[in-house]
Design a protein. Structure first.
Length: 561
């Protein structure tokens, strides 16, 4: 994949200042996903920034899985994350690591902190701990166990590790400042008891470190120079620095945390918790259902990886929270697919057309370009005959005002072929139109002198009934009827299933040129006047299945003109 030329941003400005001042000699970043679900588009801002920064400055980027919560993690998610990173064109040049690689070191530091009076074993319940923590306007108060002797906390911590206490009964906490104006600094938890078997370490541990403790330690142990994260961790930065500082004599590096705004988008849900609910509740076909915002779903739907990288570059890096219209991503997808996708004709909702003055059994070869802007991609031949299919929406028995497609008495051009005049339509017993009868202007074939005759009707795409194949088209609309905003109440967010769009998937059975049958899975075409489509893995030799990647209309491009 060609490298994306990304714009400068405040993160890179800060890094360049650090290099100029000699704070760091080499840039070393990391991407730290939690393997508790598939990655979605919301992760791409951090992912691309981490890997692209390392590329830009000739440094390294580590892949480190934050596997500190064995209750929700699985190797399936690990492998999916790695596939997605490779698909986007990146490689973890600094190595592949896991937070669980550092469990022993975290435990060693925890014991040392207890001895130095920087940590203590607490026995407050979760609700009591929340009550003691205070509020944004009121300071917290010390736990009754905050000043217990270091020897006692050390003994209890070792017994926690040995599995002597039930879950929730004891917690190891940092001893910082319960009156701190930053609520994150009010004696945050370091370890909790959790009797869950870990997918890497098995049953060796029954205590697991918290993210705010393990993450800065992992960064420092790997020699990370810049730890980049989304803006919600800005309030955690003092704690990040505190953890590194208090362990400085046990760690080889002192990373710097930098924050940027997270990626929020309209028309979809960006929480793995909710995405898991969609999958496990059977509301979608899986993590790679093309309606999902996961990268595996976008890959299946036909989104090019370059488009996602260009999208992240388009929205840029900032500290201002905002919500990006999904149309911006679709614009980036069209921009890539428009240049590379071969053209083909496909009819999603077929209506038969009979050319009454065309001889029975006779066909004519029609030559069509494979791409209007790339003559080097050549041409193809399709067969034109007496019976054809057009889109149902391209015919109206009683046309509305300014309707310029097919209706009785009107002429239209069939793409690359002839001008035809609609004479009449045939209906079934229920009054449904089943067939349209037309007369061909035999002197109007594309390239002949009569082809230049001006008509009011539009040019329509078509397929020959005798030389086409059946196929299935899957058309997608936004997953949600309205946006699931961060400020929504918890009750609204819990009931987000009720806000799902029942029209998010529409399946059509139509006909198309034979060229689409021989394409490989994942191949993309522009179906004329319909959109960009990608061949789905569900395809069979008898019935190719194509997902509509994106339509042809580009609202974002019109807005930015």
């Amino acid at each position: 994949m060609e490298e994306t030329t990304a714009r400068s941003n405040f993160i890179w400005d800060a890094i360049e200042k650090d290099l100029a001042e000699g704070r760091y000699a080499e840039i070393h970043t990391r991407f730290p996903p939690e393997p508790n679900g598939y990655m979605h588009i919301g992760h791409c801002k951090a992912l691309i920034m981490d890997f692209l920064t390392a590329e830009k400055y000739g440094g390294k980027c580590n892949l480190r899985f934050d596997d500190t919560n064995p209750a929700k993690e699985d190797t399936e998610y690990v492998e999916a994350i790695k596939r997605d990173i490779h698909w986007l064109g990146f490689h973890w040049t600094g190595g592949e690591f896991y937070a669980s690689d550092y469990y022993d070191k975290c435990y060693e530091i925890a014991e040392e902190w207890i001895r130095r009076g920087l940590a203590y074993v607490d026995e407050l319940s979760k609700d009591e701990m929340r009550e003691y923590r205070g509020t944004l306007t009121e300071p917290g108060k010390n736990s009754p166990w905050r000043d217990r002797p270091a020897e006692e906390s050390l003994d209890l911590f070792r017994r926690m590790k040995a599995g002597e206490f039930p879950e929730g009964s004891k917690t190891l906490r940092m001893k910082i400042d319960m009156a701190s104006p930053n609520i994150v600094m009010r004696d945050p938890a370091m370890y909790r008891i959790l009797y869950k078997e870990h997918w890497r370490t098995g049953s060796r541990w029954c205590i697991y470190p918290m993210y705010d403790f393990s993450h800065p330690i992992g960064d420092a142990l790997e020699g990370i120079s810049h730890s980049m994260c989304s803006l919600e961790y800005e309030i955690h930065r003092p704690l990040y620095d505190w953890v590194v500082e208090k362990s400085a004599d046990m760690l080889p590096a002192r990373p710097r945390q930098l924050e940027f705004s997270r990626l929020n988008m309209t028309g979809t849900v960006m929480s793995k918790r909710y995405l898991r609910q969609l999958v496990e509740g059977g509301h979608v076909a899986g993590w790679d259902d093309p309606r999902m915002p996961t990268l595996s779903a976008m890959r299946r739907r036909g989104y090019p990886p370059e488009a996602i990288r260009n999208f992240v570059d388009t929205i840029g890096m900032s500290k201002a929270d905002s919500t990006v219209d999904y149309a911006v991503l679709e614009h980036c997808v069209r921009d890539v697919l428009g240049d590379r996708s071969l053209r083909a004709m496909a009819v999603l909702n077929p209506l038969k057309v009979v050319l009454t003055n065309w001889p029975e059994g006779e066909t004519k070869a029609v030559t069509l370009e494979n791409h209007p802007d790339h003559p080097e991609l050549g041409t193809r031949e399709v067969s034109f005959g007496r019976e054809l299919y057009i889109e149902q929406e391209d015919f109206m028995e009683v046309p509305v005002k300014k309707y310029q497609r097919m209706f009785p008495g009107n002429e239209v051009r069939l793409k690359g072929a002839y001008i035809v005049r609609c004479d009449e339509c045939v209906k079934d017993a229920d009054g449904n139109i089943t067939e349209v009868r037309c007369t061909v202007d035999l002197d109007s074939f594309s390239g002949s002198p009569g082809a230049d005759r001006k008509i009011k009707g539009k040019t329509l795409h078509w397929v020959s009934a005798a030389d086409c194949i059946p196929f299935e088209a899957r058309l997608y609309e936004p997953l949600l009827n309205d946006d699931l905003a961060e400020e929504d109440g918890e009750a609204d967010r819990k009931d987000f299933i009720a806000r799902l769009n029942p029209e998010s998937l529409k399946v059509c059975r139509g006909f198309a040129e034979k060229i689409i049958a021989d394409a490989e899975t994942g191949a993309s075409f522009q179906f004329l006047r319909t959109g960009y489509f990608c061949k789905d893995p569900d395809s069979t030799a008898e019935l190719p299945v194509y997902n509509r990647t994106v339509g042809l209309k580009d609202a974002f491009a019109r807005q930015t003109k």
